[in-house]
Each structure stands twice: as C-alpha cells, then as structure tokens.
Design a protein around this ligand. Structure first.
Ligand SMILES: NC(=O)c1ccc[n+]([C@@H]2O[C@H](COP(=O)([O-])OP(=O)(O)OC[C@H]3O[C@@H](n4cnc5c(N)ncnc54)[C@H](O)[C@@H]3O)[C@@H](O)[C@H]2O)c1
Ligand SMILES: O=C(O)C(=O)C[C@@H](O)[C@H](O)[C@H](O)COP(=O)(O)O
Ligand SMILES: [Zn+2]
Length: 367
C-alpha cells in the first residue's frame, strides 16, 4: 500500500492506495473515527453497489458501526438537486447525527454528490472517499463537491475535504473500457499541466494502462493523486494556482451541459477541451508541436479530440458563458506553454473560442 498526504494544516488527510482496501474499510474507519460509533451513510450507485457495497457494509459493521446505504442511479444525471434531496432524506430517516460520517463509494459522480451532502448535512459532517474509478483519483482529492444545474456544471457546491481517501485499486478491474479511457483523460491532464516526464510515461504506457495492468495503474494513480494534492496544498480554494487543474474544463463543462449530462462522459469532454486549449495556445503563437503532441497522446488512448459536428457553436458558447470562469466578455482559459507547463490566461475572447470550435470541427472531418 502507498500512502500520500494532502497537506492542509488541520484539514490534512491521507490517501491510501492499494489492493484489498475495501475489505479493511472498518479498520481504516476506526483509525480515523475512533471517538464515535454514530451511524454511517454509504452513498453509492447501482453499478457499484452489487459489486462492492456488501464488502464495505460488512467491514464497517464488524467494527460496530451501524450503516445506512443509499444507492443512486449510475451516471452524471444523479449529480442533481433532486437526488441530493433523496440522499438527505435517507440521512435524516437513518438517524445520522453530527458525529456521523458520509462515505462516497464509487466514481466522481457519487463522490461529488455524497461530498455535497456531507458538507451540508447539519451544516457539515465527516466525509470519507472510497473511489472506485480511475477518474476518481482526481475527484476524490481536493474537497471540491457539487451537484449540477441544468444550465451549468458543478454550479451548486462547496469545498469540503475528506477525512481520508481509501483507494482500492482492485475495484478498477471491473470498470467498462469507456470509463477506463475517460478516467485516464484526467491522469494525462495531470502530466500535461505539471510534469512532462509523467505525460511521457503515460504515452509510453498507453497499452498497459488501457489493459488495467496493476503495476502501471498503481504508479499512474499515485502520480496523479500526488500532483493533485501538491496543487491543492498550495491553493485549497482556487485563488490562483489551483485553476490549472481546470485545463480543458472551460469548454469541456459546456460540452457536458449541452449534451444533457449523459451524451459525453466528463473525461471525454475534457479531452476535447484539452485539445481546444492546445489549439488556442498555438493560435496565440505557441509552438504548433504543443497541439500535435496533445492530440497524439489523447487519441492514443482512444479519447476524442475533435469537436462533434452536431454541437451547435452558439449553444457551446452560451453554455460557456454560464461557467465559473466567464468574466464580462472574456474567458479564463488554462493554456499550455509546453507539455508539462501551463499558464492561466484571462483575456480569451469569444471570437477566439469561435475560431477554435470551427477548427476542431474541421479536424473531426479528418478522423
Ligand atoms: N470534485 C472534483 O475535483 C472532480 C474532479 C474530476 C471530476 N469530477 C466529477 O467526476 C464525475 C465523473 O466521475 P467518473 O468518471 O468516476 O464517473 P461515474 O462516477 O459516473 O463513474 C463512471 C461509471 O463507472 C461505474 N463504476 C464506478 N466504479 C466502477 C467499478 N469499480 N466497476 C464497474 N463500474 C464502475 C459507474 O457506475 C458509472 O457508470 C463528473 O461529475 C465530474 O464533474 C470531480
Ligand atoms: O479540483 C479541481 O480544482 C479541478 O478543477 C479538477 C477538475 O478535474 C474537476 O472536474 C472539478 O470538479 C472542476 O471544478 P470546477 O470548479 O471547474 O467546477
Ligand atoms: Zn475534471
């Protein structure tokens, strides 16, 4: 097992990464929740529950915790205020008190939803992340929790750090291939924003990662979590540096929203967004190799890098204008300076965005 630490003063917490950890959930829980046996709410989805819920329930119950479970429908649509209210109802009916914990057992959807419940139930209770997707190496670390609004992603949320992240990498073996690829998109992002050598390593280990080779996965997830926690430790609430974690998200979130939170997976939309950011950087005079290399690594993983032809340019721009990063008539974009290095640029005009959308549609015709 590898252990990383997210350094945030009194809100610091460990990330445990290894095999067989869900079976030991009760032991880890006791270490972190020694003083209370208040009921625990486990939030999961209907793909994850049949596979991993019983083992977590059994492990917690064996240590004397009473558990209450809420199984939501799998998929991005469950990151909604309606489902949030349903989970709250389960928490209240289940008798959770102020010393209770909420556990997110699943991917980023369950993590963001359960985290927002933990942040707001009785004004905030303990939160534990048990990620079961590759993508969740990103979402389980850093404390951003939220649900979506019909008009814009993650619009209703909070910062609420977990007490610990228990990352059982054995669980990843049951992921469908599409979710494997989408999860690797955020792993590649961590290389593109922070560490050229790690981006290279991802490219060189494309086949191993797609095949869920345990050694490659363990290394890749540890590096991804480590980069994420280094950034978050410097800037917990996104007053500056943390914005770099948003590479590809300005456009990506718009694509997810206009796709009705289901047509495109988060990692897929972010892949298109990363290609767009690289193209924008090149249009602003950066080395054309940046775009070529970005597209090469992403497409090597089978990720999309072209703007889908059926997406209407005006709809995309309209959705982007609801984003947290829209200010007056300009957009904040994270743009690559080179592979492994990015800058935060706050003066990208809508015309530049229109041009990139058109160019990425053109690229799509050559795929
Ligand atoms: N809070 C953050 O910092 C942050 C960071 C990145 C992404 N996110 C959010 O994360 C979400 C995407 O996360 P995701 O890609 O994990 O999606 P997800 O939670 O929907 O999981 C993807 C799919 O895999 C299934 N699944 C999960 N674990 C499985 C397993 N072990 N075996 C088989 N199937 C399994 C799920 O049921 C789902 O169908 C988005 O909402 C995105 O906005 C948040
Ligand atoms: O943790 C962060 O900060 C990120 O930006 C990570 C992103 O991968 C993630 O999708 C996040 O939820 C986006 O945050 P938002 O503030 O743009 O909604
Ligand atoms: Zn993301």
């Amino acid at each position: 097992m590898r252990t990383l630490q997210v350094d945030l003063g009194e809100r610091s917490y460990p990330i445990y990464i290894g095999g067989g950890l869900l079976e030991k959930a009760g032991d880890f829980f006791e270490q972190h929740q020694q003083s209370t046996k208040s009921p625990v709410l486990i939030v999961t989805d209907d793909h994850v529950a049949p596979k991993y819920l019983p083992v977590v329930e059994t492990s917690l119950q064996a240590k004397g915790y009473r558990t209450v479970s809420k199984v939501v429908k799998a998929g991005e649509k469950s990151k909604s205020l309606d489902v949030y209210e349903e989970v709250m109802t389960t928490a209240i009916e289940g008798g959770l008190d102020r010393r209770s914990a909420v556990v997110a057992l699943g991917g980023g959807v369950v993590g963001d939803l359960a985290g927002f419940v933990a942040a707001t139930y009785m004004r905030g209770v303990t939160f534990v992340q048990m990620p079961t997707t590759i993508l969740a190496h990103d979402s389980s670390v850093g404390g951003k929790v939220a649900v979506n609004h019909r008009l814009a992603k993650n619009m209703i949320g909070a910062f609420h750090q977990p007490e610990m992240v228990l990352y059982d990498v054995d669980s990843l073996q049951s992921l469908p291939p599409r979710d494997v690829r989408a999860g690797l998109s955020e792993m590649i992002k961590h290389g593109l924003i922070w560490d050229a050598a790690f981006a290279d390593w991802c490219r060189e280990h494309t086949a191993d990662l797609l095949a869920l080779d345990p050694e490659a996965l363990g290394y890749g997830l540890t590096q991804g979590c480590s980069i994420k926690s280094q950034v978050v430790s410097v800037d917990e609430r996104e007053n500056g540096l943390r914005a770099i974690l948003n590479l590809g998200h300005t456009l990506g979130h718009a694509i997810e929203a206009i796709g009705g939170y289901g047509e495109f997976l988060h990692g897929e939309a972010i892949s298109i967004g990363m290609a767009a950011a690289a193209k924008l950087a090149v249009n602003r005079g950066r080395d054309p190799q940046i775009y070529k290399q970005t597209v090469s690594i992403l497409s090597g993983f089978g990720l999309p890098t072209a703007m889908p032809a059926h997406l209407n340019e005006q709809d995309v721009i309209g959705a982007m204008m609801h984003d947290k990063k829209f200010k007056e008539q300009t957009m904040v974009f994270i743009l690559p300076l080179a592979i492994g290095r990015v800058e935060i640029v706050s003066d990208v005009t809508l015309d530049e965005v229109r041009q990139v959308i058109a160019e990425l549609k053109e690229e799509g015709q050559h795929v």
